[in-house]
Write a protein that binds this ligand. Structure first.
Ligand code: BG6
Length: 530
């Protein structure tokens, strides 16, 4: 049974547009995108810039310089972007300012000559705007092996400048993965920090740009009725799920086989979601306060001992199967994947957060490719009421017909798809008997708000232009995330296991995952639409 707690009419009175003027970028800016012919730029970054421009957040005086290896004219690059944006349902005319202000430079990122060309172009554009030097954003949408060398070359060729020398700013967005283990992440951090200050480094985690991920904070700290319940007195357990039906789709195997479910999703995106769910209220909504609180959660993660790694983690690979009558490859048969690969396409863990608020509450996390549906959610299961009054009482069976204890008292943050919130509670069924049933109180973003939900990259790029690092990860966050997951990865590597269990594709995942939750009151939530 469903009921609705919020109606569209209630929400239309919410002044959602307040403050747009305060956050729009007024100063001219140049954005340099490394990896400009790549998928991320075409599918996400350019559409995000287009929408930001259309919605009035970007200045008229904006230039976008794409950098990649293949030679191309400005015109060809504009055409490439114009065509690829059509996939994002954007039909921008060639005369659109975003396309008209787009330039292209071909070059190798380890070749200083390429950076000299970029600098000359930047200075030329800045001169046209009558600026001694201008605001510059560099986006590293390239393979992680190139992060350090690009930052080094940016700095040595004077494309970035120390804040103290100029009024203008220069910032660098670094894509994921930020390292492949603790040692490589520390090395990368040391390397970029030798050229840039922390305030110039924007480590992107696109999950933080998702509306519903941000709404975890709004919901928790913008209301007074929920957060007092989010602690070990009332919460039984928390389940964080990121399920995807996609596999390698013929092109991701080579990268994915070096990463796996834990490095690709759990260590970064999912851990950030856990940190937002578990953190204490920040003293203010600024980058330092929010990130300080997230770090406290990450520091409270109880590391697994070597013996615990097997007990508290599950890993598996999808087997071959079929979809709509067509055969679908198993993980080991995917292009780019080693036939004897030990890389997991599914992982689940039972996490403990040892702090005052959460001690004793298990956080279960699971993520996998080729699962039944695309579902990303955080489900908070509350404890039973202290006394179950709705037991069948002797002598009143006629009047008091009792249902099984309903699966109620669950609060779900649905991050995607159909972004929203659901609170499931027990309710008396109408009638003369006392029978409880679970009802859902739902709020759905699409239905609730008449406006377009912005893509994560829109929010994040805008924030980087505004100099707001709240939704970017700080070096110590990355460090603590890796400390925790490094122990698991090392434990797996040392296990001596030669083959991973397989799971049937398009299901809820491996049977083995059940053992993680078996001691608790709740089993894994079914992977299904809300
Ligand atoms: C990326 C991972 O960071 O996030 C992918 O590399 C994953 O493997 C993707 O599919 C999921 O992002 P979203 O926004 O579709 O949930």
């Amino acid at each position: 049974m469903k009921t609705s707690i919020l109606r569209k009419s209630d929400l239309q009175s919410v002044p959602t547009d307040v403050g747009i003027d305060a956050i729009k970028i007024k100063e001219p800016v140049s954005i340099v995108i490394f990896g400009a012919s790549g998928d991320l730029n075409k599918r996400k970054l350019m559409p995000a810039l287009y929408h930001l421009y259309q919605d009035g957040y970007l200045p008229e005086q904006i230039s976008i310089i794409g950098v990649s290896r293949s030679p191309m004219t400005d015109e060809a690059f504009r055409n490439l972007i114009q065509t690829s944006m059509k996939d994002a349902k954007i039909d921008a005319p060639a005369t659109h300012p975003i396309l008209q202000n787009m330039f292209y430079i071909a070059g190798n990122v380890d070749d200083a000559a390429a950076f000299k060309k970029i600098l000359a172009k930047l200075e030329d554009l800045e001169k046209q705007r009558k600026q001694a030097c201008g605001n510059r954003l560099f986006y590293l949408s390239v393979a992680p092996d190139f992060f350090s060398v690009i930052v080094k070359n940016l700095s040595e060729n004077k494309l970035t400048y120390p804040r103290s020398q100029t009024e203008a700013w220069s910032r660098v967005i670094i894509e994921k993965p930020f390292g492949t283990d603790l040692a490589s992440a520390c090395k990368l951090n040391d390397s970029v920090k030798s050229f840039l200050s922390e305030s110039q480094i924007y480590r992107i985690d696109h999950y933080l740009g998702k509306e519903t991920v941000q709404n975890i904070l709004s919901f928790r700290f913008g209301n007074s009725i929920f957060d007092p319940l989010l602690n070990n007195k009332y919460v039984d357990s928390v389940q964080v799920t990121v399920a995807e039906p996609l596999g390698m789709e013929g092109k991701r195997g080579a990268y994915y086989d070096t990463a796996g479910a834990m490095r690709d999703m759990m260590q970064n995106h999912m851990m950030q979601v856990v940190a937002l769910t578990a953190m204490e209220p920040p003293s203010a909504l600024d980058a330092q306060s929010i990130r300080d609180e997230k770090v406290k959660v990450l520091r409270s993660l109880v590391p697994f001992t070597a013996a615990e790694v097997d007990a508290y983690t599950v890993r598996a690979q999808y087997a071959a199967g079929e979809l709509d009558g067509k055969p679908v490859k198993g993980y080991l048969q995917e292009e780019g994947v080693k036939p004897d690969s030990m890389t997991e396409s599914y992982t689940a863990i039972k996490l403990r957060i040892d702090n005052w608020r959460w001690a004793g509450v298990p956080f279960y996390m699971r993520h996998g490719k080729r699962l039944k549906k695309k579902v990303t959610e955080v489900a908070i299961y509350f404890k039973d009421p202290p006394l179950n009054l709705f037991h069948q009482a002797a002598g009143n069976a006629d009047l008091c017909m009792i249902a099984d204890r309903p699966k109620s008292n669950v609060l779900v943050f649905r991050i995607q798809p159909h972004e929203g919130l659901r609170l499931s509670v027990a309710c008396k069924q109408p009638g003369l008997r006392v029978q409880l049933e679970e009802v859902d109180m739902d709020f759905n973003y699409e239905k609730g708000f008449a406006q377009r939900v912005p893509e994560a990259y829109e929010r994040l790029i805008l924030d980087s232009l505004r100099g707001d690092q709240s939704l970017y990860t700080r070096s110590d966050e990355v460090d603590y995330q890796w400390r925790f997951f490094d122990a698991i990865l090392k434990g797996w590597a040392a296990s001596g296991q030669k083959k991973l269990p397989q799971y049937t594709p398009f299901t809820d995942g491996p049977e083995d995952a059940r053992r993680l939750v078996s001691g608790g009151r709740h089993s894994w939530r079914a992977i299904k639409d809300m």
